[in-house]
Design a protein. Structure first.
Length: 328
């Protein structure tokens, strides 16, 4: 009897212990479920939408550090998933982990191109512990595909070629008109300077001629004097040393001329030197600006060369860009 009561008492205590563990387990489970639900609720974020502006997809992403929204440009041909994630990290240093997942929850490789990513229609963006649903709008045609963009580039190049071919004559006429105006202004400024230069040149020519004739007259007087002294006043025996020293003095004078001018003593060179020295002396006396005159002469020559280049038949069918490079 006592053994049966002891067994019954032991069985009742075992049942109470089992019910107590079950109750505690249910309480812990409900607490865990509540915490998970709260965590999932805290990680819920509003969806993001990709929009297209001027042919490029744009995505506005909320950054975690300052709770600010930043707009990123997703270039389909040159960018990849990895480069886009790096752009996010560079923009916000508080981002530790960035990844992109497909609709099925599979992580996309960093080498996946943005073009291929946009073709999914939707994907998930993970920033740290937050997940963002990103929706890509339907565009009908795949405007961000590489083939489509290459077709647009080819079309743009064709239009540019046609525009250059159609506008080349108009460009040449406009360019020629501008060059003619510049040439007229330069020649207007050059004309009075050129007239004054001609007057100075005429005076310098006359001065150089007088100097040369004076030298010729001095040589004639020397010859006549030596002839008079040799055949009338004295004899050749007396005048021979005199003529020798006179000739040697001339050699010494020519060598001194070379040391002073660094030029050989020649009559055209000597005449040009006399002319140049006299020109600069008279130009300074009259206030003639030689640098301004040379600059205007160079400008006029360049403008005439450009006009000749534009009117050349070999350049009639070249594009505008090539003509601009030639003129520069």
């Amino acid at each position: 009897m006592r053994s049966s009561r002891t067994a019954l008492r032991w069985f009742n205590s075992l049942c109470r212990t089992r019910s107590l563990f079950a109750a505690r387990h249910r309480q812990c489970g409900s607490t865990t479920t509540t915490m998970a639900a709260a965590a999932s609720t805290s990680l819920e974020t509003p969806p993001l939408d990709v929009r297209f502006e001027r042919g490029l997809p744009l995505l506005e992403v909320p950054l975690p550090s300052r709770n600010a929204v930043c707009q990123f440009t997703m270039r389909p041909l040159s960018d990849t998933v990895g480069s886009f994630c790096e752009f996010l990290k560079q923009e916000d240093r508080g981002i530790d982990y960035v990844a992109i997942y497909g609709k099925s929850g599979v992580k996309l490789a960093t080498s996946t191109s943005i073009e291929h990513l946009l073709q999914f229609g939707a994907f998930r963006l993970r920033i740290n512990d937050k997940f963002f649903e990103v929706n890509v709008p339907e565009t009908g045609d795949n405007i961000f595909s590489s083939d489509r963009l290459r077709q647009l580039d080819d079309l743009r190049a064709t239009v540019a070629t046609l525009h250059a071919a159609l506008c080349v004559d108009e460009y040449k006429l406009s360019r020629e008109r501008n060059l003619l105006v510049k040439l007229e202004n330069a020649e207007t400024l050059l004309k009075p300077l050129h007239e004054e230069k001609q007057c100075i040149e005429k005076e310098c020519e006359e001065h150089a001629e007088r100097v040369m004739w004076a030298g010729f007259a001095a040589m004639g007087v020397q010859t006549g004097l030596f002839a008079r002294l040799t055949w009338w006043e004295y004899s050749w025996d007396i005048m021979e040393p005199v003529t020798y020293f006179a000739t040697y003095s001339t050699v010494v004078a020519t060598f001194g001329y070379y040391l002073y001018t660094k030029q050989n003593f020649e009559y055209p060179t000597a005449r040009e030197r006399v002319y140049t020295k006299q020109f600069y002396r008279r130009a300074l006396k009259r206030g003639f600006d030689i640098e301004k005159y040379n600059r205007l002469v160079t400008e006029v020559e360049e403008l005439r060369a450009q006009l000749h280049r534009i009117r050349d038949p070999l350049f009639q069918h070249l594009p505008v860009s090539y003509l601009s490079k030639l003129e520069q």
